[in-house]
Ligand binder design. Structure first.
Ligand code: NAD
Length: 492
């Protein structure tokens, strides 16, 4: 059993009140680590450290030096990728094959944003007034509170913190209570890379105990959150009381739309990776599969042929495709949505049960599940399940695909499968989503903005512009004339 302290002001420490909580391995069911259980007192200490760091060595450091530290951190993430990925699997039960790819790729965020750090520039404005030099500077927003979800812990650390640190901010991060360990291992790497004390802090614990006081803290200037839309709304309201800047990466009910003219084999593989990869525990899950009626039966056949090949089991094994559900509450939620879908009249053509058998019974496995005869007004089509449950909905033509595709409260991602270039372009314009993939699904990069519209969130992570989420513009006016103003009682 391993013990993880939290990380405040460059040091690992116990919780102020000495509490602990357990971390469970979703596959083995064993408690494998105990984690320091933080409270408002720990939040106060971490925010004070982050604020002091802004006025200390970090605040005085050149942007180029900041960038160098970040690139060193990227090297360390890469060098420790296997170990970090194993820890993530132990905490969230997702496939090692997925997590090792994610952790290796994670280093690119540190390289990319490390490179951006000294390219943040202001502008000299050719002002319309005589004897005046005017320019803008971009300054760090200050102390950033970062709150993350359990499904890809270190990816979210990189998405939020690489941009925040490149901008010159400092961070207090609260990981999900289900998956704290890899973030604490990462904190040790920030120390090894040479980041000054207080620049990056981790306070572990529960949402009410740590998340809420962190969001409400008067010295926090910006809140960046990844999680469910219900918690996101509460975080948004709490942050509004302090008029803090907020970015939110929330849930989705993304349409994956297959037209009759698509390469149906490619589209079937895309539909599978949209919903069964990561056991459906991904915010961009293509959980509504919209299929043009003329190819619905043929497509379903291809889909079922692929889906029935899915091997369920130990997420550390290379030949396993679907791992356990990460948490018991999440498992219960998925099973309740399966019941809801059946009660609503959807037809279950695959799965629909807890998976059991040798090596499965100790964990919460859900069989890859496909419902057909789904209509878009059903709850199974409207609400985020966050599990391996696919709803297949038919449509007649492009206009109907757009109408159904957009008819949810979310707007995170969408997929379009077609060989018609004109249709592809029309669909990318018509779909109300932050990200649209054509003839591919679930592709991400440090270079491309990630985020949603409507109830899927606010702001973007990754891509050059995301650094602006952590910057404030200052306008500087310098009068170069010695003459007094003609009339001091008027605006200049
Ligand atoms: P969650 O909302 O339950 O928790 C997210 C984080 O908020 C956790 O760290 C939690 O402890 C904390 N929290 C809980 N209550 C809080 C409060 N009152 N104040 C402050 N913090 C609080 O989400 P989850 O179950 O961990 O993650 C799953 C959800 O995340 C899904 O809805 C999924 O779609 C979404 N998600 C979105 C993205 C994205 O980038 N858009 C990525 C991954 C996951």
């Amino acid at each position: 059993m391993q013990t993880y302290q939290m990380f405040i002001n460059g040091r690992f420490c116990d919780a102020a009140d000495g509490g602990w909580f357990d971390s469970e391995n979703p596959y083995s069911g064993e408690v494998w680590a105990r984690i320091a259980r933080g409270s408002a007192a720990d939040v106060d200490a971490a925010v004070a450290a982050a604020k002091a760091a802004l006025g200390g060595e970090w605040g005085r450091m050149t942007a180029s030096a900041r960038g160098k530290l970040m690139r060193r951190l990227g090297d360390l993430v890469l060098a420790n990728a296997e170990r970090l990925a194993e820890i993530e699997v132990r905490d969230n039960g997702k496939l090692y094959a997925e997590m090792i790819g994610q952790v290796r790729y994670n280093s690119e965020w540190w390289y990319y944003f490390g490179g951006l750090a000294d390219k943040i520039q202001g502008a000299v404005v050719p002002i319309d007034k005589p004897d005046m030099l005017t320019y803008t500077t971009s300054e760090p927003l200050g102390v950033v509170a970062a709150l993350t979800a359990w499904n890809s812990p270190l990816l979210f650390v990189a998405w939020k913190c690489a941009a925040a640190l490149a901008a010159g901010c400092t961070v207090v991060l609260k990981p999900s209570e289900f998956t704290s360990a890899s973030t604490l291992e990462f904190a040790a790497l920030t120390k090894e890379a040479g980041f000054p004390d207080g620049v990056f802090n981790v306070v572990t614990g529960f949402g009410q105990d740590v998340g809420a006081p962190l969001v409400a803290h008067r010295d926090v200037n910006k809140v960046t959150f990844t999680g469910s839309d219900a918690t996101g709304a509460a975080v948004y309201q709490a942050a509004a009381k302090g008029l803090k800047r907020v970015s939110l990466e929330l849930g989705g009910k993304s349409p994956n739309i297959v037209f009759a003219d698509a390469d149906l084999d490619q589209a079937a593989a895309g539909a599978i990776s949209g919903i069964f990869a990561a056991t459906g525990q991904t915010c961009v899950a293509g959980s509504r599969l919209l299929v043009q009626n003329s190819v619905r039966e043929a497509f379903l056949e291809k889909l079922l042929a692929l889906a029935t090949q899915a091997r369920i089991g130990d997420p550390m094994q290379a030949d396993v495709h679907v791992g356990p559900v990460t948490t018991k509450p999440q498992f219960d939620k998925i099973m309740s949505y399966i019941d809801i879908a059946k009660a609503e009249g959807a037809r279950c053509v695959l799965g629909g049960k807890r998976a059991s058998g040798p090596g499965l019974d100790q964990a919460n496995f859900v069989e890859p599940t496909i419902f057909t005869d789904v209509t878009n007004d059903m709850r199974i089509a409207q609400e985020e399940v966050f599990g391996p449950v696919l709803s297949v909905i038919g449509f007649e033509d492009e206009a109907e695909a757009v109408r159904i595709g957009n008819d949810v409260i979310y707007g995170l991602a969408a997929g379009v499968w077609t060989k018609d270039i004109g249709r592809a372009v029309r669909m990318t314009k018509a779909l109300r989503a932050g990200m649209v993939w054509v003839n591919t699904y679930r592709a991400v990069s440090y270079m491309m903005p990630f985020g949603g519209i409507k109830n899927s969130g606010l702001g973007r992570e990754s891509g050059m512009d995301s650094i602006k989420e952590f910057l404030e513009t200052k306008s500087v006016w310098i009068n170069t004339s010695d003459a007094p103003p003609a009339n001091p009682f008027t605006m200049r």
